[in-house]
Design a protein around this ligand. Sequence first.
Ligand code: ADP
Ligand code: MG
Length: 649
Amino acid sequence: MTSTAVTGPNSNPHTNAKKRSARPSAFKLLARNQLALMGAVILALVVLIVIITPILPLPDPDATDPAQRLLRPLADGHFLGTDHLGRDLLSRLIWGTRVSLAVGISASLVAALFGSVIGIVSGYFGGRTDNIMMRGIDMLMAFPYILLALAIVAALGPGLMNALYAIAVVNIPFFARNIRGVTVGIAHREFVDAAKLSGKGHIRIILTEILPNVMPVIVITISTTVGWMILETAGLSFLGLGAQPPQADLGSMLGEGRKLITTAMHLSAIPGAMIFVLVMSINLLGDGIRDVLDPRLKSGALARPAPLTRIDRTDEGAGTTYPDDTVLAVDELRTEFVLGDDSYKAVGGVSFHVGKNECVGLVGESGSGKSVTALSLLGLVASPPGTIVGGRVMFDGKDVYGMSEDDVRDIRGGKAAYVFQDPLSTLHPLFSIGDQLVEAIRAHNAVSYKDAWAKAVELLGMVRIPNPQSRADNYPHQLSGGMRQRVGIAMALANEPRLIIADEPTTALDVTVQAQILKLMNNLRNDHGTSVLFITHDFGVVSEICDRVAVMYAGRIVEMGTTEQVLHHPAHPYTKRLIDCVPRLGEPDRRTSAIPGLPPAVNNLPAGCAFADRCDRVEEACRVGSIAFDDLGNGHGVRCIKPMEGADV
Ligand code: ADP
Ligand code: MG
């Protein structure tokens, strides 16, 4: 072993660190949103102009000149014309925009400050504090919004500052409610408890644990309310309650122009257009900021995922033939996630088959593409961002990607069923397990509720749940983890599937329950002749249940063979090292060795073997071209140019 051979992924000369950054930056994401970008450019332009207004060669906005009154736009010396007192409209527009923008932004900041403090304090402390503060906020909210603003200005007297206070006050509830909701959600999370246990005081917890988590919400709320605030200020000025003559703001200009709308339309049209442009650009930018800051929106969560993964294939597999009793055949399957300019090749050409009554294991480190492979089989990968870009999946002799949506839906949960890793998140918390089984049965069979219920009870008995009659009325939270997983398996069995795709079904369970579940699956397989695709990262589990094993690394199968071949005569150095990682009972002296380094990022795979960086047998030839999958005979195959010695059995 050379000392440079087994190091982290960054030592690979074929990659550069910059391209590896997993997600595009916030700014890049914002720039990709063209409407938001347009808003940002317009707003930046307006802001720039209002900042440099004092040094612009503009006439005094308040200087009257009766001789020059009501000039049309493009008049000599007055680009936008003049108003009824002969004041230059361009100058008033720019100074007015300056005032409106300043008042709108200040009001937002004031409302955000007080609203956030109220929201965080009441959400964090809860109980009586929360009650008193929120009832106060409710009282503010009981008044119609603009009426309250009018009442406040009426009480304080007309004027720009008073309008600012009024607008800020009526918007405080909006911030307080939003921020309180978010704070309540995180105030009792484990990391806050941990901070309390470490001895931090309330103020420090609020500042260092709560605030950073609610900050995006505060920013989003500000960015989406500034536009509103500008409109509201303009509204008050329009009614004569905001800016007082001769001072110009967009609302008062509109109000003055309104009186002459028939004789000099430009007096109201110009400030009106300015309000439109300003509010529009702020809102577009605000929406863009919201999309960037909300991580769920980044991956396109708002776009409803298609019922079937998008299929955009450049090839339909290598056309490999499989034995007659094959239930599932996967031929050069490739699934990618496209995020911006990056495509993540989560599954990069996977071929295997599962015969009748056979259990095939799919093993690999976390992130090697096992789950995406399993989901791709029946088009369950969310699109966007997932796309099946190549290959073919034959189920029961039919091409799944050539089927109609309805046909695929018919197979899902019918002839092919899934069992997932975490049974608590797959079961619906609000329905009894009996009802959920009934739903699974009735989705594929036209039977009465009563018959389906009887079948559900029978299924629960089949997966060895004690007292199935009474247990069927239980809700998921009333069961133990092992029982829940049994319910998951019962649900998969509901329609006598030909194939069960089990994605780490025992990973969340302790070893005794794990052994029971494995035994159960083995029995069911023997009794019903079901085929199983069993996904796991645990070689111990593999030896218990699988007939054949495929080892996956960075989206490709690197070794495939019978369980005996792969476990006892591994051909790929990766398989060998994976097996060496498993501790053995009764052999305390045997050193388990972790595999150094990390799997490569699938958006930037190196040439040659993806494992080369971590392999202690690496040579120059491992880093060029693509490594073929070689047959070692007897159904044992490996994707390595220098397989381990003694593997060809
Ligand atoms: P595992 O082998 O642990 O089941 P997965 O199949 O879940 O791994 O993931 C394989 C790769 O695909 C990982 O690199 C993961 O980051 C990526 N991936 C999975 N789901 C998505 C998604 N929705 N968007 C982008 N990348 C994803
Ligand atoms: Mg997984």
